[in-house]
Design a binder for this molecule. Structure first.
Ligand code: ZN
Ligand code: ZN
Length: 441
């Protein structure tokens, strides 16, 4: 049985960029020595992370790529954000991400002037979060407020008499010059679920109100105003999520899994499915991340006996959101160089792909399929020799696959799948675990 490495370059796929006369991958292709080597000696194609034409968020896309059915097993982003930020989340809690923001009052509405309060420092946010936490406790609200980096934080709502639901809308309108929204339950919930969502939304709306009052009068904000800095006088919440017990990746696929990632959300998703963290110096989730050290982290994980390693590289997506296609292309070339040591590994199946496509023309996620390659020393090969969208669709032997089938395909190449119909146990068995025993699924 071979070991598996899944490399995800966040937001890898793109669309035609007139200035580059192609996608970023196509433009930079001549420089992609490692990726071209792998696809030439392996197999390529494209995958739809979920369904054609549906732009995916990173958390839902990663879960699908790990083989989870998000239509049944997903319960909001906030859970993974909280896990990734090391904020304790208990069963029944609802977690949201929040920003400290600058608002002005206008006809009884709080209008957003700056969604990040001038990218307030982590030190200032820490002071505000601590005092806001105290004020909310004094008001009898069952919540936890934790700042993370700069203007960002996590808000946890704890259940008291009533159950809570994550199916509530954001208070963050995601635009400036718009009012803070009132959170409300999703449409179409059952009466019980609607009640739970209403309780949750009411608490969040109360938190929003108290936060404005407390933060507006806070000494630190008066000081910031004197210094000409925007006040951080409101919080904007989004992405409610509830703790969910997912079948662990180990139980599902029989691997001993580890991950190398820097972004909080990706750590959260990997932790949520029970992968172990391989800590890497200098991994930042930005363009300045230490790519070589991350790749060494993958190799270290294999040496320690892990047989599945997930490597996540975030900044490809950041550059797409910033609409910098040239920089995106150049960063992919840097990653390509850093991945080279993986070619020297024995007994591995390597997949390189993205979690979704992100258009660096439109600055947002799009529903177009994502380039993928699989490489191993023994694998069916195709005629694809270069790693970019058009080559993969015209010559890729994988064709179009669903994101949820990536792990099973890797496992088949790795000799970890039993022939359909063999029944060594009363339960249907397909996958073979790390010990060589069939998995009961
Ligand atoms: Zn993503
Ligand atoms: Zn993105």
């Amino acid at each position: 049985m071979k070991r598996c490495i899944l490399v995800i370059l966040d937001g890898l796929g793109d669309e035609f960029i007139p200035d580059l006369k192609g996608t970023p991958l196509e433009y930079i292709n001549e420089k992609l020595e490692t990726l071209n080597y792998m696809v030439k000696n392996g197999i390529g194609g494209l995958h739809y992370p979920f369904k054609p034409g549906i732009p995916m968020s990173s958390d839902t896309a990663h879960l699908t790529l790990f083989g989870y059915d998000i239509s049944r097993e997903y319960s909001g982003r906030g859970y993974f954000e909280a896990l990734g930020a090391n904020v304790e989340i208990r069963d029944g809690d609802v977690a949201l991400r929040f920003n400290f923001a600058t608002v002005r009052e206008d006809n009884g509405k709080l209008i957003i002037e700056d969604r990040r309060a001038g990218r307030i420092s982590t030190e200032d946010s820490k002071i505000l979060a601590k005092d806001l936490q105290q004020a909310l406790l004094d008001a009898g609200l069952p919540v936890v407020v934790k700042n993370t980096t700069e203007h960002r934080g996590i808000l946890i709502i704890r259940p008291e008499k009533n159950e809570l639901s994550w199916k509530i809308t954001d208070t963050d309108p995601h635009e400036i010059n718009e009012p803070i929204l009132k959170s409300q339950p999703f449409e179409g919930l059952s009466p019980d679920e609607h009640k739970a969502a209403q309780v949750t939304a009411n608490t969040l709306n109360e938190v929003t109100k108290i936060a404005y009052k407390v933060l507006s009068e806070h000494e630190l904000n008066k000081l910031r105003e004197k210094k000409g800095l925007p006040k951080a006088n409101a919080i904007l919440a989004r992405g409610a999520g509830k703790a969910v017990r997912l079948t662990s990746f180990k139980e599902k696929w029989g691997f001993k899994p580890a991950y190398v990632a820097a972004g909080a959300l990706y750590k959260g998703v990997a932790r949520g499915v029970g992968m172990d963290e391989i800590k890497v110096e200098g991994a930042t989730g930005t363009v300045n991340t230490n790519l070589e050290a991350k790749v060494q982290g993958v190799i270290r994980a294999l040496e320690r006996g892990y047989d599945f390693v997930f490597l996540h590289i975030k900044a490809v997506d950041n550059l797409s959101h910033d609409m910098k296609p040239l920089e995106k292309a150049e960063f992919i070339a840097k990653i390509d160089k850093a991945l080279k040591p993986l070619r020297e590994l024995d007994d591995v199946v390597i997949t390189v792909t993205g979690d979704h496509s992100t258009s660096s023309l439109r600055g947002r996620h799009i529903g177009m399929p994502v380039p993928i390659l699989m490489w191993s020393d023994r694998i069916r090969r195709d005629r694809a020799e270069r790693f970019y969208e058009d080559e993969l669709v015209t010559k890729g032997g994988l064709g179009f696959i669903d994101g949820i089938n990536i792990i099973p395909l890797m496992m088949d190449i790795a000799d970890r799948v039993m022939e359909y119909g063999l029944r060594p146990s009363p339960k249907p068995v397909f996958y073979i675990g790390a010990t060589g025993e069939p998995l009961k699924i």
